[in-house]
Design a binder for this molecule. Structure first.
Ligand code: PLP
Length: 265
């Protein structure tokens, strides 16, 4: 049985965070394990409170788990605090070097609530260096690189910074709709320089849907855990996410939630 590990925050709505990641892993035929980094108090309208887990407990969760078995891929989501981020870095030292890691660099919720304290942002480099793929949205790519992204060329420059200054293996910048078509940019390292692939998207008029970023990153992670190469993992995850957004359902008074049906290639 293939397994994937999500290192993420708890979202009581089940629409994002660890609860959603485990469902996404299951939809892609992978057993999900999870290390909690933070509790949140939230409903489908907004995040009310963020409570980081004690850093030593995050480290203990990782140490004990990784001493028992090694996942086939790892996803890093919400980290909450700088100290928790450091615990994750130390805890991941026990992971064999060939295991793919996907980082979704969550900085703020869509209602603006900070999900990672500001002093941790620059230090994300240390984690990025170990990651196979980073999946920032446009706003996160802007905040991390301190660049304004208004064109495709700007996105490609930001992706280069994330590849070569932050040091991750590949970058997927999501949410291109703000600068025209809703395409995503996949940037890969190719003998010392960046190779760009613009992945065509189409606009889905589904209102506000919660947890789409989490779901895309965890779907890619599950696909990598199944042994798919990165470009195929990204394509499968995007194809699956479009259906999950199309099917999104309203369960509360705020954003609707994804419906995570089983992935069929
Ligand atoms: N809560 C947790 C635990 C999350 O991981 C995320 C996702 O990124 C959010 C809340 C925010 O979700 P949204 O971007 O839909 O507001």
């Amino acid at each position: 049985m293939r397994t994937a590990l999500s290192i993420a925050g708890s979202d009581p709505t089940g629409g994002a965070g660890l609860q959603a990641d485990l469902r996404v892993f299951q939809a892609h035929g992978v057993h999900g394990s999870g290390v909690v980094t933070a509790l949140t108090v939230q409903d489908t309208r907004r995040v009310h409170q963020v409570i980081p887990v004690l850093p030593s407990i995050v480290l203990d969760q990782l140490r004990v788990l990784l001493d028992d078995f090694s996942p086939d891929a790892v996803k890093i989501g919400m980290l909450g605090s700088d100290d928790v981020k450091r615990s994750v870095e130390v805890g991941l030292d026990a992971l064999p070097p060939n295991i793919p890691i996907v980082i979704d660099p969550i900085l703020n919720a869509s209602d603006g609530t900070p999900l990672l304290e500001r002093q941790a942002w620059k230090g994300l480099k240390g984690l990025f260096e170990r990651c196979t793929l980073a999946t920032p949205n446009l706003a996160e790519a802007e905040l991390l690189t301190d660049m304004k992204l208004e064109s495709r060329a700007d996105c490609e420059r930001a992706a280069e910074v994330l590849l070569f200054d932050f040091g991750c293996g590949a970058v997927l910048i999501k949410g291109g709709h703000r600068i025209g078509k809703p395409d995503d940019l996949l940037a890969l390292k190719d003998s010392g320089s960046a190779r760009f692939e613009w992945l065509a998207g189409h606009w889905i008029d589904s209102g506000r849907v919660h947890g789409t970023g989490c779901a895309l990153a965890s779907a890619v992670t599950a696909q990598l855990a199944r042994g798919q190469p990165l470009d195929k993992a990204v394509n499968h995850a995007r194809q699956w996410l479009i259906a999950a957004i199309d099917d999104a359902q309203t369960v509360g008074a705020g954003a609707s939630l994804l419906v995570t049906r089983n992935f069929v290639p």
